[in-house]
Every structure is written in structure tokens, then in C-alpha cells.
Design a protein around this ligand. Structure first.
Ligand code: ATP
Ligand code: MG
Ligand code: MG
Length: 390
């Protein structure tokens, strides 16, 4: 999606990923670096070919990114420094969810209470301490490498301790108070900064509601359902405050819980384009999250920036791979056959091979009609997407 946007803007992207990765469908330049984005030498090679580096996944080697940004990479006997956006410091901080939340807490941003869980023999005692402090249920989470809920374990009773030790014991862990939220909200924020690294501007997209099932984001609603304007504006303020504390340019997704008492608590940040911003491709056509990512890392955000959607409502449905490799075909077919006067349907398939639970595409539906109910209009799509996932 970043490449689609870059092509329209005449911005050349060089990608580090496997030889036949999805982006090669539309990126055919000779500069492609084929290999793993975890391989330091490949990352250095990418840096040699670029003016600025950015990431689409935060689980990467930040030591080599630090080296590239501060010491540089050797090219033709000379050292070349390549800026990394967002900053390697931000990426390193965000990689560790426990440290990430400590950082937000120090900045006065509301987060769930948390505590480190010991490894090895004292893990069970540690879980007992967490249970005493937070009550049951509580969340046991891997500090690093987690995504789509992989690395999360909900402890509902002391009987779960043993399973937790067996399945999670190999990770570096922390425990987090379980928050019985009313909704999950998210805000994408664009951050630009001066050469000195000071925040220059922060632009927040409108607040969206995110639905997670089995810890995976399955749907996104703009605007959030049954949430007041005041709360949506408050969420934008919280998200901007969060991103102000981070370093580097780019778009950042701030995930939040809206509690029953309308309090907002920050869950975590994704330092990159994100599910919760996919709806902007069609809904904010003059500045989708991908355009914003390119413009911000190149520091050419136009002064005409407008983030208000051009539609009255939008919904994003993730296409998750099903039990069979072709399980999602029925859903794809449905996007061709369903017709609603007041709803537009946009299918995105990424060209990834399908695996159970893997995000292989998404569908965005939008409406210009002020009072249309997209959940109702798109009910067959939602039902089919849910069925495949089972
Ligand atoms: P991703 O990076 O794909 O968003 P992740 O693996 O980092 O996911 P989290 O964001 O920590 O996982 O959690 C996934 C989901 O689990 C949340 O969106 C929320 O639905 C639920 N969850 C996580 N932490 C809590 C909590 N403390 N209380 C209640 N629910 C929680
Ligand atoms: Mg995460
Ligand atoms: Mg999350």
C-alpha cells in the first residue's frame, strides 16, 4: 500500500524483503534487497541504496538502525549516515511493551497498571503477586515480538498458572491489569519534527473504533458507534500527547481503551501505518495514512493538509486466512455480487499466501449518506468474514 502511493507520487521505494514478496507485484526496480529484514547486513545494504529509511514492522534490529543513523554505512570507502524514521529510539522503546508503558506513565499518560513477571522457578509466585495486586482476570503478556495477540494470555483463575508457565515461560513477561472496557478506540497521528528532533507538528486523524476478536483486529468503524464527539476529541488529544513523547517522523497508531466511566487508557502504539488507518485510503483521499507516511518521513507535509473524511461513515473488515488456502474466495466473490445504493465497496488483496488467521487483505466500505448504517448494509460481508475465521 505504501508502494501504491509512492508510485503515484513519483517517489522511488527500495524494499528489503524476500525475493517474491507482495510488493514486487508493483515494485520492479533493480535495487530490491532480497533477504530477511532481521539480517543486519541486508539492512546496511538497504541503507546504502536509500536517502531515508522507514519500517512497516517494528520487530526489527534497532542496533543496526542506530548504527546507520549515527555512525553510518560504508559506501565507496566513505561513511554515509541515513536518517531512520520513526527514530530507532522510538522503535526500541516500543518493541518492549512494558518499557513502552512505563515511558507513557512517566509522561502522565494513563496506562493499565503493570508489573514484571519473573522467569523460571519463581514464575508461579510472580503470577500470584500479580493476581493479588490486579485481581482476576489479568493479562499476562510477552514484553517483545508480540502482534495480533500472539504473546498474550488471559489468566482467569489460579488453575491457569500452570498452563501459563508451560506456554509462556520461555518469554520475557509482564502482567497487566485487565480493563473491562466499553470500547476500543484508535487514533492515527502524523508527527513531523525539526532537524533537532523537536516536535514540529502533530496532526490527528479522526478517532475510530476497533474491534478485536481473539486479540486480532477484525473490524474498524469510522465514526465509532455510540461514542460522543467529546470523547472522540478527547481520544485525539490523548493520542497527540502520546506521540509528542516519541521521536522521529511518520504516522503512529495509538490504541486505547474507553472504560465504562468514559476514561481513556492507552493500550499501545504501533509506530507505522496500521489497520486503524486503512479506511483513510478511500475516506481521506487527499492524505491517506500511506501518503502521510511518505510525506512526513520526507518532511514535505503540505500546508493544505486536511484529515477530515470525505465520507459520512466507513468500515474496514480484515480478511483473515481461513482453514483452507482458498477459504476467503467466497468473501471475495461476495464483494463482486453485493450491491447497495448507499454503500461503496473497496477490496484490497495483498498478494500474500493464505494461512489460518493471517491478514491477507481487507475490505473497506464507505457511505456518503448521513444516516446510513454500514454495519447493516455490509452485514453479509461481515458474516462471511466471521465465518471464514472460525
Ligand atoms: P497488535 O499489536 O496486533 O495490536 P498485540 O499482540 O500487541 O496486538 P495487545 O494490543 O496487547 O496485543 O492486545 C490485543 C487485544 O487484547 C487488545 O486489543 C484488547 O482487545 C485485548 N487486551 C489487551 N490488553 C488488555 C487489557 N489489559 N485489558 C483488557 N483487554 C486487553
Ligand atoms: Mg502490539
Ligand atoms: Mg494491540
Amino acid at each position: 500500500m505504501l508502494q501504491e502511493q509512492a508510485a503515484l507520487l513519483g517517489i522511488e521505494l527500495v524494499v528489503l524483503d524476500e525475493t517474491n514478496c507482495p510488493v514486487r507485484q508493483i515494485n520492479q526496480n533493480e535495487k530490491h534487497v532480497a533477504g530477511s529484514f532481521r539480517d543486519p547486513e541486508k539492512i546496511r545494504e538497504l541503507a546504502r541504496r536509500c536517502d531515508v529509511l522507514t519500517v512497516e514492522i517494528e520487530h526489527i534490529n534497532t542496533d543496526v538502525l542506530e548504527e546507520i543513523a549515527t555512525t553510518g554505512v560504508e559506501i565507496g570507502g566513505k561513511m554515509k549516515k541515513v536518517p531512520v524514521h520513526p527514530s530507532w529510539e522510538t522503535l526500541r522503546l516500543i518493541q518492549d511493551k512494558y518499557l513502552q508503558k512505563e515511558h507513557f506513565q512517566r509522561a502522565g499518560i494513563p496506562v493499565a497498571p503493570q508489573m514484571v513477571v519473573n522467569a523460571g522457578e519463581s514464575m508461579s509466585n510472580s503470577l500470584q503477586e500479580a493476581s493479588n495486586a490486579f485481581g482476576l482476570p489479568f493479562m499476562l503478556k510477552a514484553r517483545k515480538e508480540s502482534y495480533d495477540g500472539r504473546g498474550n494470555f488471559k489468566i482467569t483463575s489460579p488453575e491457569d498458572f500452570e498452563t501459563a508457565v508451560n506456554t509462556m515461560g520461555k518469554f520475557s513477561l509482564y502482567a497487566e491489569k485487565f480493563l473491562p472496557f466499553r470500547k476500543e478506540l484508535a487514533v492515527m497521528v502524523i508527527r513531523t519534527e525539526s532537524e533537532e528532533g523537536e516536535t514540529k507538528s502533530l496532526y490527528a486523524y479522526p478517532t475510530v473504533e476497533t474491534i478485536h476478536e481473539d486479540s486480532v483486529c477484525t473490524k474498524v468503524f469510522y465514526p465509532p458507534r455510540h461514542v460522543s464527539n467529546e470523547i472522540c476529541e478527547a481520544a485525539k488529544d490523548v493520542a497527540s500527547n502520546v506521540v509528542r513523547t516519541l521521536k522521529g517522523r511518520g504516522v503512529f497508531a495509538v490504541e486505547m481503551f474507553l472504560l465504562e466511566n468514559d476514561e481513556l487508557v492507552v493500550n499501545e502504539v504501533a509506530p507505522r501505518p496500521h489497520n486503524s488507518g486503512h479506511f483513510t485510503i478511500e475516506s481521506v483521499p487527499s492524505m491517506s495514512q500511506y501518503k502521510a507516511q511518505l510525506y512526513s518521513i520526507l518532511d514535505i507535509i503540505p500546508s493544505s493538509i486536511k484529515l477530515q473524511p470525505r465520507v459520512s461513515s466507513a468500515m474496514m473488515i480484515n480478511i483473515l486466512g481461513g482453514a483452507q488456502e482458498d477459504s476467503h474466495h467466497s468473501l471475495v466473490d461476495l464483494t463482486y455480487s453485493i450491491y447497495r445504493d448507499s454503500m461503496d465497496i473497496f477490496l484490497h488483496l495483498y498478494g500474500k499466501s493464505s494461512k489460518p488467521g493471517r491478514k491477507i487483505g481487507h475490505i473497506t466500505v464507505t457511505s456518503h449518506a448521513p444516516d446510513s448504517n454500514l454495519e447493516e448494509l455490509a452485514a453479509p460481508l461481515i458474516k462471511e468474514a466471521d465465518r471464514i475465521r472460525q
